[in-house]
Write a protein that binds this ligand. Structure first.
Ligand code: ADP
Ligand code: MG
Length: 406
């Protein structure tokens, strides 16, 4: 490549990756540019069925910057999966700060891509497509990923594939365990909570979801009001182990109503009231009080999720339940769901935690599934704060740490 056109491409990459010059950043752009030289797209719609596919995935919709390379031959293989979390960045604020998240994604996304390629032992030349989360999520972060992917696609000529973040979670059981359609997916994280009937790579039906907070968000808020460390899920779970779940009478919201919708905001407020009641009665909050509040809250969340899952399974008649999202790591919730499934003779599948929480391997995989359907996006691909997987379902109203719910 001539120096002039090389500099032009470099500028293009820098711009696309949100870089603004500086020696370190120029070197980073050069690294990707070196990868990009001489790449040609080798995929046509008819060639895909029987060929091996290698796809780069990029994820930046919330508080994890991630890049991964997944290859499909006879079975899918994760060649690399790099995740840079932002927990420490947001911890002092008790929740994700969108502006900080966006800046961190813009600074790190191209580095994550370079690491993912290096760890996979591939260059851009070995790829068949670039898949990127195009929503839903915090718009600043989503934009960083989409711009980076567009820059790489423009520089290499590789197909660009926009992936719905929720589809990434919903299709993960096919990446990890090659399950066939249909199955029920319970997605429970800090930003999302919904039951999805997954019938095909692009066929999702939402059976219900939280009308306000997602459970992970409620765990985080409960931890905050009890002065426990963030993220709240693991610290509330640890406290709950020493607690009595029956001491406080906490609500099981929406269990009295039919259907699969859920609500966790009132439960969080009930914990706050119970805490204030204890403080008013005895002048302070002791360790046992904290443990009992955590145990009561966790039991209430588990009861709601298990009962609503029972209804979703009854409604669909599916024989496989898969879970995803950080809250799926909770041992009490997981045990409740496992017991339910054993009782109903339903297979229970929980992918490894690193693939349950936000990651880019699931985006690369969803990209492969879309590519196989003949799907491509143009450079007009939009970053979308809202992007419901099931456009026929009524919109969810709440707004959580990922902004407006999808
Ligand atoms: P998001 O990116 O939408 O916040 P993740 O899938 O990254 O979601 O999961 C993070 C969420 O999972 C946090 O809200 C965290 O508190 C919650 N979490 C993690 N571990 C546990 C646990 N053991 N019990 C309950 N919640 C948990
Ligand atoms: Mg996350």
């Amino acid at each position: 490549m001539h120096n002039d056109s090389r500099e032009l491409s470099l500028q293009h990459l820098r711009k696309s990756c949100g870089l603004h010059g500086g020696a370190r950043q120029q070197n980073r752009g050069e690294g990707l540019l070196a990868h990009a030289q001489g790449v040609t797209c080798r995929t046509g719609p008819d060639q895909l069925r029987n060929m091996s596919l290698t796809v780069l995935g990029i994820e930046s919709s919330c508080d994890d910057t991630a890049a991964a390379v997944v290859r499909l031959t006879a079975a899918p293989e994760i060649l690399s999966s790099v995740v840079e979390g932002q927990v420490a960045l947001h911890a002092p604020f008790g929740g994700v700060v969108p502006e900080l998240a966006a800046r961190a994604h813009a600074e790190r996304v191209d580095l994550c891509v370079e690491q993912a390629l290096e760890q996979a032992g591939v260059t851009l030349r070995d790829l068949d497509a670039i898949a990127v989360t195009a929503g839903p999520g915090l718009i600043g972060g989503v934009l960083s990923g989409v711009m980076c992917a567009k820059g790489l696609a423009a520089a290499t000529g590789l197909p660009l594939i926009g992936v719905n973040h929720l589809a990434g979670h919903a299709l993960t059981p096919r990446l990890t365990d090659q399950v066939s359609f249909p199955y029920l997916m319970l997605l429970v994280s800090g930003g999302h909570c919904q039951f999805l009937a997954v019938a095909g790579p692009e066929s999702f039906h939402r059976l219900g979801g939280s009308i306000d907070d997602a459970p992970g968000e409620a765990f985080d808020k409960v931890a905050k009001v009890l002065a426990l460390p963030q993220p709240g899920g693991p610290s509330v779970q640890a406290e709950a182990q020493r607690g009595d779940p029956r001491r406080f009478s906490l609500p099981r919201p929406l269990l009295d109503r039919p259907g699969c919708d859920m609500s966790f905001s009132g439960l969080k407020t009930a914990v706050l009231r119970a805490r204030d009641g204890v403080i008013a009665a005895q002048g302070g909050l002791y360790q046992q009080d904290r443990a009992d509040l955590c145990a009561g809250f966790q039991r209430a969340v588990a009861d709601v999720l298990v009962e609503k899952t029972r209804r979703a399974l009854a409604e669909t008649g599916f024989t496989l339940l898969a879970v995803a999202g950080g809250v799926a790591a909770n041992t009490e919730i997981r045990a409740g769901l496992q017991t339910l499934c054993a009782h109903l003779d339903v297979r229970f599948l929980a992918p490894p935690l690193r693939l349950c929480t936000d990651n880019a391997a699931m985006i690369a995989w969803a990209g492969i599934e879309r590519l196989q359907q003949g799907h491509r996006d143009g450079f007009d691909l939009q970053a979308r704060p809202r992007w419901p997987l099931d456009s026929t379902a009524a919109p969810l109203l709440g707004s959580g740490k990922k902004g407006a719910k999808a």
